[in-house]
Design a binder for this molecule. Structure first.
Ligand code: ARG
Length: 463
């Protein structure tokens, strides 16, 4: 049954004829899951150590298996391992090779486990370190954002709502908004470690096992906090995959928002930022062009991230318990989402190091659109003890006057202002100063220079 010749199944099977050749070609997952070889070997070593501790296998067999597994790990890392599609996945490829190296006794390795628990053990170990890896890359991006913010505390620009000038802000305050988002992205990945910290190993196919195994022992060995509680749930569960894909999607969405904003600001219509040649591409026909392709790449990739999340949600919808082949695709989806988000985070980091705000243009744009109107209404409330709604109405009258005279608010004379409200004095003119406007927003979280400096310091200290 367990003949140890090349290209021969390592277990006897009731399946008599060869599986359909087209399925042999497409039904295997080795090209994808070979990425889990280290985790698979780590899991197997912990498993056989536990089997020995529980007196299920002998000391000699345990050592032989571990010797073989270490040898296989070296072969794979040195690219001397021949992966075979016929053996479906990484688990069987490794087990098959173990037979070649140590012979029949390799067969003890699969005592009290199944590929069903093995594969998610591998995947959870991989996802734990990958989530941490993502957070390290997000941290680098946050550092670059802080650096750019620090240089632009007094860079004044319009803050937009509906893409119309709303109120003046500091460019640094805008950047710090993304720092908040990326910090939350990190927290999301961190929070998801909770379910990744439950060890699936030992639930076997779906029922648990009659062998006297110690799942706490393998949990500890593999860096999990505790074993999972229910064997059926364990082999069926891919919630943790969805959490990861969702976390990636949100992070990709944040990236796409800043990308889109920078694309708009770089457009000839806005001209608020310049991009260095490192982050633009030319056109094959229009010689003058410098296109923000990297930013467009970032904006587009959020679509891929969402697609991956929806692929997995759809695979799981209506799937009965417990394991089905449908679940095999989870890894391809996860790996794609991971590679994608790492690339996007690194590209955005590079973008932030290569953008230059056009400070003059930002200030100029901030002067238009009656941007200090809210400041004026607030001033009237504070100085003339009138309700905000009344001040709002009076401000509208002043804006209408300015519009009629084709002037900005700061170009109105005191005489003109007094024609709307005779009580107004020279003092009101300071309200139209943009720096003053930005700096007056001292409420916690507002755009005042001091607030921004404090926030930058707070996050810099954490890095
Ligand atoms: N390659 C399989 C997967 O990724 C491993 C689990 C196989 N289990 C099974 N009962 N066929 O899902």
């Amino acid at each position: 049954m367990t003949k140890n010749k090349n290209n021969q199944a390592i277990w006897g099977s009731r399946v008599r004829s060869n599986t359909s050749s087209i399925f042999q070609k497409v039904g295997n997952s080795i090209d994808i899951d070979k990425r889990l070889y280290k985790e698979d070997i780590k899991g197997s070593i912990a498993h056989v150590e536990m089997l020995f501790k529980q007196k299920i296998i002998s000391f000699k067999i345990k050592n032989k298996i571990i010797y073989g597994l270490n040898k296989i790990e070296k072969e794979i890392s040195k690219k001397k391992f021949e992966f075979n599609k016929k053996y479906e996945d990484i688990h069987i490829n490794i087990e098959k090779r173990l037979f070649q190296i140590i012979g029949e006794e390799a067969g003890y390795i699969h005592t009290a486990r199944s590929r069903n628990d093995q594969v998610i053990t591998d995947l959870k170990i991989w996802m734990k370190s990958s989530s941490q890896e993502i957070n390290i890359v997000i941290d680098k991006l946050i550092k670059s954002s802080l650096k750019l913010a620090e240089k632009n505390i007094d860079t004044i620009m319009p803050g937009f709502t509906h893409l119309k000038n709303a109120q003046a802000i500091s460019f640094a305050h805008y950047l710090m908004a993304y720092v908040e988002m990326f910090e939350r992205d990190k927290r999301r990945f961190r929070n998801s470690l909770e379910s990744l910290n439950e060890n699936p190993l030992g639930v076997a196919a779906l029922t648990g096992t009659s062998f006297n195994i110690d799942r706490n022992y393998t949990s500890k060995k593999l860096g999990f906090k505790r074993p999972t509680n229910n064997s059926i749930d364990t082999v069926s569960d891919r919630d943790f995959v969805l959490d990861f894909l969702f976390n990636v999607s949100i992070c990709a969405m944040h990236i796409s928002r800043i990308a889109e904003e920078l694309i708009i600001w770089n457009s000839d219509g806005f001209n608020l930022i310049n991009l260095s040649d490192k982050i633009v591409t030319g056109s094959s026909i229009m010689p003058q062009k410098k296109n923000p392709d990297l930013l467009e790449f970032l904006r587009g990739k959020s679509g891929i991230a969402y697609g991956n999340l929806f692929s997995m949600l759809t695979i799981l919808k209506g799937l009965p318990l417990s394991y089905f082949k449908d679940l095999q695709d989870d890894k391809e989806i996860i790996f794609k989402s991971y590679d994608n988000i790492i690339d996007c985070l690194k590209i955005l980091d590079e973008v932030l190091k290569n953008i230059y705000p056009n400070k003059k243009k930002m200030l100029e744009l901030a002067k238009s659109g009656f941007i200090t109107s809210t400041d004026l209404a607030d001033y009237l409330v504070k100085n003339y003890s009138i309700p905000f709604r009344k001040a709002y109405q009076k401000t509208i009258d002043i804006i209408n006057l300015a519009e009629k005279k084709k002037k900005r608010l700061d170009q109105l004379t005191l005489v003109e202002l007094k024609s709307i409200d005779p009580k107004l004095t020279n003092d009101v003119l300071k309200i139209f100063d943009l720096k003053n406007s930005v700096n007056s927003k001292k409420s916690y979280g507002g755009t005042s220079f001091d607030n921004i400096k404090k926030m930058i310091m707070k996050y810099k200290k954490q890095k």
